[in-house]
Write a protein that binds this ligand. Structure first.
Ligand SMILES: Nc1ncnc2c1ncn2[C@@H]1O[C@H](COP(=O)(O)OP(=O)(O)OP(=O)(O)O)[C@@H](O)[C@H]1O
Length: 304
């Protein structure tokens, strides 16, 4: 067992959101990695990274919700986290980019290695970790009054990335193309982001995350509020990002997990017990020939 001393929010303080004129005040959790940059993060590496969680345990107050979870998320692959409600998937996801520590009662033990470097090491800046490990949430959260163009590059300033007009134009188009939104919005880039449909807003949030060139993209049930057509578009976006970026997605939709992921990790928590991973492997094997009967029952809809 290799559990580190529990690290609490007090020990690893979340950096407050900077006040800027260009960006309206938002809660940090709502904006994910964007709201917590307070210093330039231009010296970080790029390209899909291997993310390795080692012996992760997590608590809210005295309540342990994850017990020694280890998982490797391979570079450029899509890993789906599946399992019934309350087994700790979102908590695990938020630990992967140091958002768990933003909850005052939260603490954790273990290590998260981004290409070998523990993002929780005291020498590592939380800002650099969140720049490299982006997050998209269940509910799309663009700045409603800000234009599509400005929404897309909202993270640049917060990340301390300087860009002139030509570079910004390129980045806006590139990010919106990667998020499969360009064709739908190219003629109205200066209209408010809040005027887009729910599915388009979610893809705008994906574009906003991509604009700061993260190496890993975490997605917490990104389609749960979307209709089937919008869901398909987001899934197509995930497909097109495969190979360029490491993706970790929490989903309750087994068909979606089967469609989009290369690998799956099945989380489970017994009654009043912390959650853990029952089985992890290739998605085809997890759905076609799971090793554990609990995995088989879950993926075949017999519980959860
Ligand atoms: N901010 C919080 N404060 C206290 N307890 C929390 C907090 N967030 C989550 N929990 C608890 O931690 C446990 C794991 O929750 P988590 O949201 O990670 O599970 P999940 O598998 O993602 O669930 P779901 O699929 O319903 O989103 C649950 O028992 C939950 O009640």
């Amino acid at each position: 067992m290799n559990i580190k001393a529990r690290r609490s929010a007090a020990l690893v303080p979340a950096t407050p959101a900077p006040a800027t004129e260009a960006l309206p005040a938002v809660d940090a959790a709502g904006l994910g990695q964007l709201a917590v940059f307070d210093e330039p993060t231009t010296d970080v590496p790029s390209g899909a990274a291997r993310l390795r969680a080692e012996n992760i345990s997590a608590w809210f107050g005295d309540r342990k919700v994850l017990d020694r979870v280890s998982l490797t998320m391979e570079p450029g692959k899509v890993t789906a986290l599946i399992g019934p409600s309350g087994c700790g998937k979102s908590t695990f996801l938020r630990i992967l980019n140091r958002m768990h520590e933003m909850v005052p009662s939260a603490s954790l033990a273990g290590q998260v290695r981004l290409d070998g470097t523990d993002i929780y090491d005291p020498s590592q800046r939380v800002t650099a970790a969140r720049r490299q490990i982006g997050m998209v949430f269940q509910k799309a959260n663009p700045f409603p009054a800000m234009s599509i163009y400005e929404n897309t590059i909202a993270g640049l300033k917060l990340a301390g990335i300087k860009a002139d007009r030509v570079e910004k134009d390129f980045l806006v188009e590139d990010s919106l193309r990667k998020a499969s939104l360009w064709e739908e919005v190219k003629d109205r880039l200066h209209q408010p982001g809040g005027g887009l449909s729910g599915g388009q807003q979610q893809r705008l949030c994906i574009a906003r995350s991509l604009a700061v060139s993260p190496r890993v993209l975490l997605m917490d049930e990104p389609c749960s509020a979307l209709d089937p057509t919008s869901t398909r578009r987001v899934e197509e976006t995930i497909h097109s990002l495969r190979g360029q970026i490491t993706i970790v997605i929490v989903t309750h939709n087994m068909q979606q997990a089967a469609r989009v992921s290369d690998e799956c990790a099945f989380f489970l928590a017994a009654h009043n017990q912390p959650g853990g991973i029952v089985e992890h492997g290739d998605t085809e094997a997890m759905f076609g020939a799971p090793r554990d009967s609990r995995t088989s029952d879950y993926v075949n809809g017999r519980f959860g």
